[in-house]
Design a protein around this ligand. Structure first.
Ligand SMILES: C[S@@+](CC[C@H](N)C(=O)[O-])C[C@H]1O[C@@H](n2cnc3c(N)ncnc32)[C@H](O)[C@@H]1O
Length: 496
């Protein structure tokens, strides 16, 4: 433990030497401080929201600069390929994608050990990940829902084929055998997927020492339009925050509005200071975890790219099987026909169902109403609500386990310290196939071997992924139940 703390301290000293700083004072100090953190942030552990993360060491105001990482500290393809041997070899394999090359760059630096210029940073990267490409057959199946199974299968196949394609380059570079393995490849790919930040000059992104310690906050409640930003800027306390820093980079202004999502961004590379700059996305009290929004993701996408999911995710959506005639009744894309995290059907799904439930010869005359989101008639609305409710109910009944069983299973997994409780809880489940498959997959045929002391590291990792899979399918089922309630409430409103 002491050794770990020392190594973390030397990582933060290394960061300070490279010019990384969490101070809002933009003047360069004459001597680098002994740590790059301490003025605004510190590293802390948040058990239920991301593990290691960054914590406010003082009250932080929304919009103020909290961390700067100079370009020279970023690990990019360009900076790693300053190594001539690597650069020459990469140029001989021009068919590889930018991300494949970035993965090779990371493995190459790992292979250098202490001589890597990023060694203090590389030492603090996670050793394992829970992203979908790392799911084995057992954990994949625990997702239960076809859509999730396909996404997992696709992620595994993609990782395998990209690894094979890059093999010749890695052999050219004479990688040590352990860096040539699929396991090493998936580790590096997961690092790139879950930790790189966007940079304008390279679609592979960059690894950003210290800046990649922010855990994720979903976008959702920030101002969503220019008017909101104008309102914010006219709000005196916010304006004070902007002006008191006296630096235009410190402003959260209309330029920082992401034109696609129309949301405020909280970090980005800034050409004029040649650095990655992070801003507080909210007011934080001393001791709060400071978060960063990496983008808008559903829970399945979070699992695929980052290896976690959110219990409350305002951007979650689920898909249910629809009849081909529904897809062909409108020009909405398949991706737009979904159910929101709170059980409400998407705008496009409602419109598509309303048109599909209209006799074909009448669709033209009501098309404009459907596309503007209007109900077409009471009968039409009652029909589609009944249909949607019945379909969600059928999906729920077709899944091998119920919400109650999944809840029991997650609770049991939280109780693995006590093998007796785990087995007692799981006895309440109607189908114990999944539990037996897990025990079998890890050679734990009898209950007594299900003991924390004997749960191998591999089995424990597998259980973490299994738990994520069960949590995901549980959220999926809850959205279906909420959709049924939404349909019933709408139906009730017609009865009044
Ligand atoms: C950029 S890193 C953030 C720092 C990371 N916790 C660490 O220890 O290095 C992203 C990873 O942090 C974890 N993470 C981030 N936000 C999270 C959240 N809200 N809940 C759970 N895990 C989260 C996930 O493992 C994700 O892949």
């Amino acid at each position: 433990m002491e050794q770990e703390e020392q190594s973390l301290e030397s990582f933060l000293t290394w960061g300070a030497q490279l010019g990384i700083s969490d101070s809002s004072n933009t003047k360069q100090p004459q001597h680098p401080p002994s740590s790059c953190l301490g003025s605004s942030l510190c590293i802390a552990h948040f058990r239920h929201s991301g593990g290691r993360g960054l914590c406010a060491v003082r009250d932080l105001r929304k919009g103020e600069i909290i961390l700067t990482i100079p370009k020279s500290a970023l690990m990019t393809r360009e900076s790693v390929m300053e190594d001539k041997k690597l650069c020459v070899a990469v140029n001989r394999h021009s068919s590889l994608s930018s991300v494949q090359i970035m993965i090779v760059c990371l493995l190459y630096e790992m292979g250098k050990g202490k001589t890597s210029r990023w060694h203090p940073y590389l030492m603090h990267l996670p050793h394992t990940y829970d992203i979908l490409a790392m799911f084995g057959e057992f954990e994949k199946c625990a997702l239960q829902v076809d859509e999730a199974l396909w996404v997992t299968e696709k992620a595994i196949l993609k990782a395998k084929s990209e690894w094979k394609e890059a093999h010749a380059l890695m052999e050219d570079l004479m990688f040590k055998p352990q860096l040539l393995t699929f396991k090493a490849w998936v580790w590096a790919a997961a690092t790139i997927s879950s930790r790189t930040l966007h940079i304008p000059w390279d679609e592979a992104g960059c690894l950003c020492p210290v800046g990649d310690l922010f855990n994720y906050d979903a976008p959702g409640v920030e101002p969503s339009s220019i008017e909101d930003v104008e309102h914010l800027l006219s709000n005196s306390s916010f304006h004070d925050a902007v002006v008191s820093n006296g630096n235009k980079n410190v402003m959260v202004d209309a330029e920082k509005l992401d034109p696609l999502s129309q949301r405020l961004t909280d970090g980005g590379f800034e050409e004029d200071v040649n650095a990655y700059c992070f801003y507080a996305r909210a007011h934080y009290k001393k001791g709060d975890q400071v978060l960063l929004c990496y983008g808008t993701y559903t829970n399945l996408e979070l699992l695929e790219h980052y290896g976690f999911l959110l219990q409350e995710n305002p951007n979650d959506k689920i898909f249910i099987p629809l009849e081909p005639a529904i897809y062909s009744s409108t020009s909405w894309t398949k991706e737009s026909l979904y159910i929101h995290h709170d059980g409400k059907p998407s705008f496009a799904l409602l419109a598509a169902l309303r048109l599909w439930a209209t006799p074909q010869n009448k669709r033209r005359s009501v098309g404009h109403l459907a596309y503007s989101g209007s109900q077409l008639s009471a009968d039409n609305e009652i029909f589609i609500m009944k249909w949607l409710s019945k379909t969600c109910d059928a999906v729920l009944k077709n899944l091998p386990t119920s919400i109650d069983e999944d809840t029991l299973l997650v609770n049991a997994m939280d109780n693995t310290q006590d093998s007796f409780t785990f087995m007692e809880i799981t006895k309440l489940m109607s189908s114990r196939d999944e539990i037996f498959s897990f025990l079998e997959a890890h050679n734990m045929k009898d209950v007594h071997s299900f003991n924390d002391i004997f749960l191998s590291r591999k089995a424990r990792r597998s259980m973490d992924r299994w738990k994520l899979a069960v949590q995901w399918r549980l959220r999926y089922k809850k959205v279906l139940v909420d959709c049924i309630s939404y349909c019933n409430e709408t139906l009730d409103s017609f009865m009044k």
